[in-house]
Every structure is written in structure tokens, then in C-alpha cells.
Design a protein around this ligand. Structure first.
Ligand code: NAP
Ligand code: G3P
Length: 502
């Protein structure tokens, strides 16, 4: 791994510190949390298990600096984001290499996660310059005149708590930090405990880009230990969270009355009609189901094929799946380790349950270390857990259907509502089905995905609350400020109207 001199300040050896007021500190808890490479169990680093007192100190520091940061002109804040993006691009390889090691992401995908985050920072800076308010005259309503004038502009919410998941720990904290900062908020970030190391470098990146002390802070520690305390803290004004539905729902209960942006779990269904283009459908489903070993919220997590295409679709998908490379993320193998042995056991449990209840194994069902071979299960029915649970692993169930109506029913029966897919050449029918699907986004003839990042991205039901995506995130982390002018008769001009021409 390339050694970057600027990175040395955030750690001593492999022991990483937490970040407050542009200072790197060790926790008074004296406890460290180890981070292991999920592929070979190598110890990569440790992070501080911060105390609740340190949580208080960080949030207080962020709270006290809201006005200082918000008073920096928007164009200057935008310039800082662009500088931060340039640093991410400059360091994309060493940061990508560290990311690969801590979450087992194939090296090319890990580096592209850093680059994608830089692009989000640049796009957020550009988009912010277009955000504006509006002015409204009062005479639209009976009893009001134009002397009542409303002027609106946007203001920050205050301290934004950004919490990210293990599968995109750099991108899905960065995609929160950028809009939060550009909107004038100060930020407290808590990275995932499995995958914290790369995200900790935001302290280096943002400070070098010009973020002054007090605007951005990083707390580390297990969510199970400090999470509830963090989200319920009275000085946290908004929470932007990405993670599991279980944690997200708990967070919503504990947080209290404050704006939330929650991006949660998914069970995205691919509906495949008889006339679907086989090549496009197979390519989309194999890539959508198995990239990063299925550890994506928008992974294809169930396939609902009509009878006329089902057999050839399953055979072709199985054939392509067997070609996927398996092994070391450093060698850019498509199928690498799941994030933990515990996750592997969970995924294996879903496979065993389906097979015990009569599903047909087409390929996979093999494990070595934390690697589970891509597994395809045919003839899955609603009695099987894999039909409903989110595996977050390389398992793809086929639930055969007999009509579009049945596909809609099965798709909507899920507790999740992130995205859905429809593969067909009949765009009119696809649009009609799309309107019936209870999801945030429907992809027609493509795999479910969050990108491109200026698109609105949202989940319904157990998949989330609120909308992210460049301009949507800026709006979600700001609010309107309304000033109403009640003008007087003074200065009213005399106007001669409808004077007779005679
Ligand atoms: P997770 O276990 O829910 O953890 C997500 C984050 O929440 C982590 O930083 C975690 O910290 C923190 N956390 C844990 N307990 C908390 C608490 N009580 N209060 C506040 N924060 C707490 O999810 P994950 O395993 O990292 O990610 C996988 C899940 O995220 C999947 O369900 C996936 O579908 C979902 N996801 C959704 C999207 C989307 O855009 N919709 C994107 C990516 C992932 P610790 O690491 O310290 O526990
Ligand atoms: O699970 C991460 C989620 O945000 C999906 O992102 O770009 O892989 O669809 P993407």
C-alpha cells in the first residue's frame, strides 16, 4: 500500500484516532475495536471505542460552530468541496486499497467508490449554487393584497449526524457529508465499525480542503453501544442514516422529533415477461445480483419469471453465473468474502431452509472461509425464508409466476419497497406494471441501482424514509426560512386605470 505522509496524523501505527475540532485524539475509554480483513482475517487497524462523554464533547463542538460555518459564503463552501474532491481523486488508489482490505470489496470497485464520492462532492458543489428560494405576493387569497409579500430562502438544520453502512462506508458517508456541509450544517460522522478506516480520512481530506475547526467531526465506536445515545442527543438536529431496516426502525423510535433521512434494506424483484430481451435481462440480473457478492441494498434479490421464458432464463443465468471469478478482492475477483462469518452463517441458513423446503439448487451452495459461492435457487415458494428476507449475500431465488398481476402481488407483499425491475419489450405494459409496484424506483430493462447520483433515490415501507440524490439531499438537510413583508399604504402609487377614452 502506498504510504501517504499526510495520512500519518490520524493514527499511531495501526491505531486510528477519532476527530474533534480538526484534532485527532485517543479515547479516554482506553478501549480499541479491531478491524479485520474479511478475506484473510488480517488485522488492518483499530479504532477508538469513544465514550458518551466524548460523544457529548463532539456534538457540543459541532453545535457551537453552526453559525461560524454557515456564515462562510456558499461559493467558498462550494470551493472547499471541490478541493476535497480533488484530494479524493489524488488519493483514490491508496484509499481504495485500504477500503478493499477493510470490507473485502474488489479493488477496482473499491477505487471507483472513492472516485464516485469525489464526483458527488463536485456535483453537490455545483448543484448548491442553483438552490434558491421564492417570492410570493399575498393577493392570491381573498382578503389579502400585494402589500403582503413572502420571501423564502433556505437555511441549515444545525448539527447533522451522518451514519453509514459497511458496504459503501466511504461513499455513503461522503454522500451525506457533502450536502450537509454545503447547506451550512456542521457534521458529526459515525462510520461503520466494520469499514471505518477509509472514512476516517475525511478528517484529513476536509481539513486540507479548508474546512475550519468545528465544522466536521468523527466519532468511532460500536453502534450497539453509543448509537442510541448519539441519535437521541438533544443537540443533534438531523440524522442521515444508511443501514439495515432493523437498525433504521429502532433509530426512528429513539431519535425523537428531528428530521430523518433513512436509506434501509431492500428485496428488489426482477419481473421478467415472456418477450424480454434475453441477453439484456441475463446480463442485468447476473451483474445486479452478484456484484460485491450481493452486498448491495439495490442488489437483484429475487427473480419473478413468466412461464414462457423461465426455463431458458434460469439456464442462461446459471451458465453466466458459473463464469464469475471467485477469490481475492486484491485480484479483483467478482465474488469475494462476505463481511463476516456471522453473515455467512445467516446466508447459509437461508439456502439450507430453501433446499429443505424443496427449492432446486442450480449452482453454488459452497463455502470456503467467508466466501460463499454464487447460489441460484429455482422453484422458490412463499414458504421459504429466502422469498422474503434480505440475504445481503450471493443468493438468487427464482419465484415462478403465471401473470403480471401475480408478479405485482408477490412484489408488493414484501416488507421492502426500494426498487423493482421489469424486463419486457412492451414499454406500455411495463409502465402500467411500474405504476402498481410499491417501491421508490422501477427500472425498466435494467438492473436496480442507486446511481447516477443526481437521480432521486428513495425507499418506501421498510426500505426507507425521505429522498437522497444530489439536490434532494441538499433540500433534505436544509429548510425554508420565510420573511413576510407587510407593506403599508405609505409610498403607494396612484394609478389611473380603466379611465374612459371619451
Ligand atoms: P447496520 O448493521 O444497520 O449498520 C449501519 C450503521 O448503523 C453502522 O454504522 C452501525 O454502526 C450503525 N448502528 C448500529 N446500531 C446503531 C444504533 N443503535 N443507532 C445508530 N446507529 C447504529 O447495516 P450494515 O450491516 O452496515 O449495512 C447493511 C444493511 O444496510 C443492509 O440491510 C442494506 O440493505 C442496508 N443498506 C441500505 C442502503 C440504501 O441506500 N438503502 C445502502 C447500503 C446498505 P456499527 O457498524 O458500529 O454497528
Ligand atoms: O447498497 C448500497 C446502495 O446505495 C446501492 O448503491 O450504486 O451499488 O446501486 P449502488
Amino acid at each position: 500500500m502506498i504510504d501517504i505522509p499526510e495520512f500519518s496524523i490520524l493514527k499511531e501505527g495501526i491505531n486510528y484516532k477519532y476527530y474533534i475540532n480538526n484534532k485527532w485524539k485517543k479515547s479516554n475509554s482506553g478501549k480499541l475495536i479491531s478491524v479485520y480483513n474479511p478475506y484473510n482475517n488480517e488485522l488492518i487497524g483499530t479504532v477508538q471505542a469513544c465514550t458518551k462523554q466524548e460523544v457529548d464533547e463532539i456534538i457540543k463542538a459541532a453545535h457551537e460552530n453552526i453559525n461560524c460555518w454557515d456564515n462562510i459564503p456558499l461559493n467558498k463552501r462550494a470551493e472547499i468541496l471541490n478541493k476535497a474532491a480533488d484530494l479524493m481523486l489524488k488519493w483514490s488508489e491508496p484509499l481504495g486499497f485500504l477500503l478493499m482490505k477493510e470490507i473485502g470489496k474488489p479493488i477496482e470497485s473499491a477505487i471507483s467508490e472513492i472516485i464516485r464520492t469525489a464526483e458527488i462532492f463536485k456535483a453537490t458543489a455545483d448543484s448548491s449554487l442553483q438552490i434558491s428560494g421564492e417570492t410570493i405576493l399575498g393577493d392570491a387569497f381573498e382578503g389579502y393584497t400585494r402589500e403582503k409579500v413572502s420571501m423564502t430562502y433556505r437555511v441549515p438544520l444545525g448539527v447533522v449526524l451522518c451514519i453509514g453502512p459497511f458496504n459503501y462506508p466511504f461513499n455513503l458517508t461522503g454522500s451525506k457529508i457533502a450536502p450537509a456541509l454545503i447547506a451550512g450544517n456542521t457534521v458529526v460522522m459515525k462510520p461503520p465499525t466494520q469499514g471505518p478506516l477509509t472514512a476516517l480520512h475525511f478528517g484529513i481530506i476536509l481539513e486540507k480542503a479548508g474546512v475550519p475547526p468545528g465544522a466536521f467531526h468523527i466519532i468511532t465506536g460500536r453502534g450497539s453501544e453509543i448509537g442510541d445515545y448519539l441519535v437521541s442527543h438533544p443537540l443533534i438536529d438531523m440524522i442521515n442514516f444508511t443501514g439495515s431496516s432493523e437498525i433504521g426502525k429502532n433509530l426512528a423510535k429513539v431519535a425523537g422529533m428531528k428530521p430523518l433521512l433513512l436509506e434501509l434494506g431492500g428485496k428488489d424483484a426482477a419481473i421478467v415477461l415472456d418477450d424480454a430481451d434475453l441477453e439484456i435481462t441475463v446480463k442485468s440480473i447476473v451483474s445486479g445480483a452478484f456484484s460485491y457478492s450481493g452486498q448491495r441494498c439495490t442488489a437483484v434479490k429475487r427473480v419473478l419469471p413468466m412461464p414462457g421464458i423461465a426455463d431458458k432464463l434460469i439456464e442462461k443465468i446459471t451458465e453466466e453465473t458459473l463464469k464469475l471469478t471467485i477469490g481475492d478482492p486484491a485480484e479483483n475477483k467478482t465474488i469475494g468474502p462476505l463481511i463476516s462469518s456471522k453473515q455467512c452463517e445467516y446466508v447459509q441458513g437461508l439456502i439450507d431452509d430453501a433446499l429443505n423446503k424443496g427449492a432446486t439448487l442450480k449452482c453454488g451452495n459452497k463455502r470456503e472461509g467467508n466466501i460463499i459461492w454464487p447460489t441460484i435457487l429455482d422453484k422458490v415458494n412463499s414458504d421459504m425464508r429466502i422469498a422474503w428476507e434480505e440475504p445481503f449475500g450471493p443468493v438468487l431465488p427464482f419465484i415462478r409466476i403465471n401473470s403480471a398481476e401475480q408478479a405485482i402481488e408477490i412484489s408488493n407483499k414484501s416488507e421492502y419497497g426500494l426498487q423493482g425491475m421489469i424486463f419486457t419489450e412492451d414499454i406500455d405494459l411495463a409502465f402500467n406494471i411500474a405504476q402498481e409496484l410499491e417501491v421508490g424506483t422501477v427500472q425498466i430493462n435494467g438492473k436496480s441501482a442507486r446511481g447516477p447520483d443526481h437521480f432521486p433515490f428513495l425507499g418506501t415501507k421498510s426500505s426507507g424514509l425521505g429522498t437522497q440524490g444530489i439536490k434532494y439531499s441538499i433540500e433534505a438537510m436544509s429548510r425554508p426560512k420565510v420573511v413576510v413583508f407587510n407593506l403599508t399604504e405609505r409610498g403607494k402609487l396612484v394609478k389611473k386605470c380603466f379611465v374612459s377614452e371619451k
